[in-house]
Design a protein around this ligand. Sequence first.
Ligand SMILES: Cc1cc2nc3c(=O)[nH]c(=O)nc-3n(C[C@H](O)[C@H](O)[C@H](O)COP(=O)(O)O)c2cc1C
Length: 431
Amino acid sequence: MSETFHPQSGAETEKLFHRRKFLEFLSASPVVAPGMVSALAGLSALGTDAAMAQSYDVLRQSPGNVGEIIDSPSQALNVFDFEPAAKKALPPAHYGYLASGVDSDETLKANRAGFEKIRIRARRLIDVRKIDTTVKIFGETWASPIVLAPVSSQAAFHPEAESAVARGAKVKGHQMILSTVGSTSIEDVIKERGAPVWYMLYPTDDWAVTEALVRRAEKAGAPAIVLTVDRQGGRNTETLFRERRLDTRTCSDCHTPGFKNEVSRKPMFDDIDVSKVTNLYGTGMTWDYVKRLRGIVKGKLVLKGIVTHEDARKALDYGVDALIVSNHGGRAEESLEATIDALPEVVQAVNGRVPVLIDGGFRRGTDVIKALALGANAVCIGRPYVWGLAAFGEPGVTAVLAIMQREFETIMRQVGATKLAEITPASVSRA
Ligand SMILES: Cc1cc2nc3c(=O)[nH]c(=O)nc-3n(C[C@H](O)[C@H](O)[C@H](O)COP(=O)(O)O)c2cc1C
């Protein structure tokens, strides 16, 4: 796989790369006088940021050199471009695991369709050349409200797994949430990101294991424990099952049946006795469990998977510090409800008392602004950064984040918002 996107220098390097390509293109062009090239070089060197780019900047890329599927991150026009590249790079079963929703994937689709019902109200004649996208959550300032959602088993997508993701997140200061069943330990992830990350907890059905996981995450520096509450039973991941049929490898070579073999091999369970565990998700868990967990979590406790005002209110009664509105990316229940449609009732119930985050289908900067306008404090993305990871490793993650951030800044300017507080319900309307 060729990689021309250089993560260390991030967007700056990418800008220089495109600028160089543009000048090469102009030099070779029969319609541009040589003198103009240096004049345009000067103009280009003024260096507007990526979100200020104009449509004529498309000239900066040589025409006709991109195939149906991108083969470097710098060829991507949007985050969707990474999905076919990920599919090409992955074995069918692993791609199926990533892509799958449940049943007919209708909730997965609903998450995207939800955004189409919300329009953006543009405002004019506001000086928006300088944009501040920082957000303060739990006293910590993040450079962007775009956060990386917990995604399990990332070694299934790229050998560098969560380490590559953490380095990609570090480039522009995006926060990330590590899954209990990640392929990398929290200590390594924090080291790679150079800052604490949130820890997402699958509690198992053995309290001693829960306690050990929480203790380990907190000791490593995680300021927040995120309990995922939306996986209460089995699930029918048909897209995965269909893709699995196309995979000629013997899955059981790696996936030996049984909890002990399948889950305890994940590094977060190292040195923890999992012999009594029969279930990862804490099936049978009730609000009493949240109360008990609240009792041992020293930092912030976050619930992920809340989609109703009833549960949002209850969570606050139980001392929860933040909520993530989520349907697990359409992988929990086939509810047909988009998370963006569930957001307003949760925001209303919470009434500003705790931060509300959301995930599910976020692919565009315009999606992000819609959620913030409806009251979310931050937005998490799942599959898009994994597409980037699977296709190109760390540079793919960096590029996905850079594209979403650039789109978000562009639409902030169009709604006349120079900072997140200026994104309000008046920034959107219902279609
Ligand atoms: C392959 C995959 C694995 C996931 N693993 C977890 C997990 O371990 N814990 C969790 O809380 N959510 C998990 N999720 C859900 C994500 O955190 C997130 O809610 C979802 O991906 C957001 O939707 P999006 O993929 O459309 O952005 C997973 C999602 C995917 C696609």
